[in-house]
Design a protein around this ligand. Structure first.
Ligand SMILES: Cc1ncc(COP(=O)(O)O)c(C=O)c1O
Length: 376
């Protein structure tokens, strides 16, 4: 196969596929004269709630605000401990710090998701919440975590920023726990053309609180019940979102098909992402694991294939974490994985030639170097 370039992501392909409609939707909002919140935003929220199988969806400015606002709505603040996985995007920790609570980072399992054993060891009298991240779009064991903490005062929040459409026994992520937090950032599986976020919940009380907290704590135009932030969604983004949401299942199916092809091509050479039985992963990232990660990534780069690492610096090793002076739990799995994980290009707009090229080059690396699969 001739050398080709395969970018890790290419959002301009997505834009080209929808350009005419996007221009029409932009004009529609321009003419409406309502640019923040309003009817279009409410319609998008209803569609999003239906997609996730919950009673309510509350749109916000971004995924980090979604997390911080949920913590705020649950009255979690100074002195309270919130357990989070040590391998996530830094926003998971950032949201906890923003409400001035204490993040407690714990280790992950072989699937890179928060470990239930590590949670058990980290729980104290001060634990008020656990944020369960479905990393890379692969659902964590949230149903088990929910069951375990059902009769306690510890709240379960889903960080579903990477997992829209993922399911456990047919139940979508974002419908477990107290609330689900989504990012609609352009690099997410479902996105529009700017920042955005969504909170999902079955609780009407949370819905009422969050409607208020995302809008300065105002209960009407002039009266502020409780100080909060401004985190509202634009009507433009909502209008794009409303139009794009019906495409999500097709994109997800395409991504799953690519992942299954990668599995079949790579499984004898390296660790491929495992999915539990009755679980649907949506492969926000397709992460393989090999002790020869750096050599493989260089080889792919030389062959025109862009790769990334999610994440090269665990939260507990971030300079910002050192400044917090909070205690750290041991995270041996996170430390091992950060040396071995590699994310390959995976998105709906990749064509078959590109997918086959990636597969051929990854396999080529292992065959040329005659490396055998190691245990993870
Ligand atoms: C796991 C996780 N949590 C939270 C966020 C924060 O979302 P946003 O960038 O929309 O604030 C992200 C997005 O990058 C994420 O991947």
């Amino acid at each position: 196969m001739d050398k080709i370039k395969v970018p890790f992501v290419d959002l301009s392909r997505f834009y080209k596929n929808h350009r005419d409609k996007i221009l029409e939707l932009t004009d529609q909002v321009g003419n409406s004269g309502i640019y923040i919140l309003g009817n279009i935003v409410e319609e998008f929220e209803r569609d999003f709630a239906t997609y996730c199988g919950v009673n309510h969806a509350i749109s916000v400015g971004n995924g980090t605000d979604a997390l911080a606002l949920c913590l705020h709505a649950l009255d979690i603040g100074p002195g309270d401990e919130v357990i989070i996985p040590a391998n996530s995007f830094i926003a998971t920790a950032g949201a906890v710090v923003e409400v001035r609570a204490i993040p407690v980072c714990v280790d992950v399992d072989t699937e890179q998701n928060i470990s239930i054993d590590a949670i058990e060891k980290a729980v104290t009298q001060k634990t008020k919440a656990i944020i369960v991240v479905h990393l890379n779009g692969n659902p964590a064991r949230i149903e088990k975590i929910e069951q375990r903490f059902k009769n306690t005062n510890i709240k379960i929040i889903e960080d579903a920023a990477q997992s829209i459409g993922a399911e456990i026994n047919g139940k979508r992520t974002g419908s477990f726990g107290e609330c689900g937090c989504f990012s609609l950032h352009p690099l997410k599986n479902f996105h529009m053309f700017g920042d955005g976020g969504m909170i999902t919940t079955n609780s009407t009380e949370m819905k009422i609180k969050l409607d208020r907290l995302r809008n300065h704590g105002l209960i009407d135009r002039n009266k502020c019940e409780e100080f909060s932030r401004n985190s509202r969604l634009d009507a433009l983004q909502a209008n794009y979102g409303k139009y794009l949401l019906p495409y999500l299942e097709d994109w997800t199916e395409r991504v799953i098909k690519i992942a299954e092809y990668y599995h079949s091509e790579f499984k004898e050479f390296c660790y491929v992402p495992k999915t539990r039985e009755h679980v649907r992963s949506v492969y926000h990232n397709y992460v393989i694991q090999t002790q020869n990660r750096n050599e493989l990534s260089l080889y792919l780069k030389e062959n025109g294939i862009e790769t990334k690492i999610h994440y090269p610096i665990p939260i507990v090793e971030q300079p910002a974490w050192q400044k917090l002076s909070v205690k750290s739990e041991p995270v041996p799995f996170v430390k091992k994985q950060k040396e071995e994980i590699l994310s390959l290009p995976i998105y709906a707009e990749l064509n078959d030639i590109e997918v086959e090229y990636v597969a051929q080059k990854v396999k080529g690396f292992f065959l040329e170097t005659q490396l055998v699969k190691e245990a993870v």
